[in-house]
Ligand binder design. Sequence first.
Ligand code: FE2
Length: 212
Amino acid sequence: MAAESAIAALLAGIDSYLARFEHEGVAEVRRGLATWGQGALTEMTPLETAACQHLDAALAAATPPELAAAIAAARPFLRWGGYDAYPLEDIGAAFAGGHAFASLIGDGGFHAAEDFDLGLFVIAPDIFYRDHHHAAPELYAPLTGPHGWRFKPGDQLQWKPAHEPIWNAPWAPHATMTGAVPFLCIYCWTRDADALARVIPSNDWPQLEQRA
Ligand SMILES: [Fe+2]
């Protein structure tokens, strides 16, 4: 089956990409990949949402090229959707309509897992993903950049290039400002994947979102 080989190649590509990092959390993610990311696939109905219009530009900019190619080859089989646990007034309409994720392993993914979720995450250019936190420890491995990050509401953004993984400990606040190139990353929640994320209010959102 075409989907099976494309998804297997994508998961192998993600694993070999992650293998280059000594970064906190990466070993845990790779353990989950090795544990859950094999065997028979659950068939998924492919779906692209409005934010997926940014995938072309994201994939053109994403490196390494072999991983971008593996994502492009798997794209026809991926099921994208929005993270809908945030109240719209908390997260804002720009992010709500400007992001999509596709789970590969986990609930709604190609491979079932016990409390683990790994996939791809895209955000449109010039969007502020407001300060938030969650019980799940989280790895972001961005394949495009630069993007702005902060780890405390109200702080200045730190701009980081692609290929600088971010590890968010449980309940650690974080926020992301996308740059001119769409944000495309590998995401993973290594446990507590069913606990909902929550927005943390900050009074500088209007300035940040005006800038975007
Ligand atoms: Fe997060």
